[in-house]
Design a protein. Structure first.
Length: 127
């Protein structure tokens, strides 16, 4: 048996704000809060250990590094890429340039704290 990713931890200056943003993006719900200010969000009805990893927004006062070494890729489940891009921008995402050529099939975005993520063209089913 191999391991699988059960949760992703993202440092956040404002875990509340990022929990709201990523919950809207992913259709997640709040699963719990820790005394240290961390907030865990995940798929409704399954949570930790379910088919998708949960996301822990962990309070930090450390400055954000210039570029993260890991980023998330997201895919729309019920609309085309253009409609999903508009939805993500309305939620507070912003377009960023990390050196793309303009010929990519994905969009590079940042969440409200500047964490990079990509919106892929491919649509996926709901797990």
């Amino acid at each position: 048996m191999a391991c699988r990713i059960s949760e992703l931890v993202l440092d956040a200056a404002d875990p509340e704000r990022l929990a709201v943003f990523w919950s809207e993006v992913l259709g997640y719900v709040e699963l719990g809060r820790e005394e240290d200010g961390s907030i865990e969000i995940g798929p409704p009805g399954t949570g930790f250990g379910g088919p998708q990893p949960t996301l822990v927004l962990s309070l930090t006062t450390d400055p954000r590094p210039a570029k993260l070494r890991l980023h998330l890729d997201v895919s729309a489940t019920d609309r085309d890429q253009d409609a999903e891009l508009e939805r993500l921008l309305a939620l507070g995402a912003r377009r960023i340039d990390v050196g793309q050529t303009g010929e990519e099939s994905w969009h590079v975005l940042a969440d409200p704290e500047g964490n990079e993520f990509c919106l892929l063209r491919a649509r996926v089913g709901v797990v």
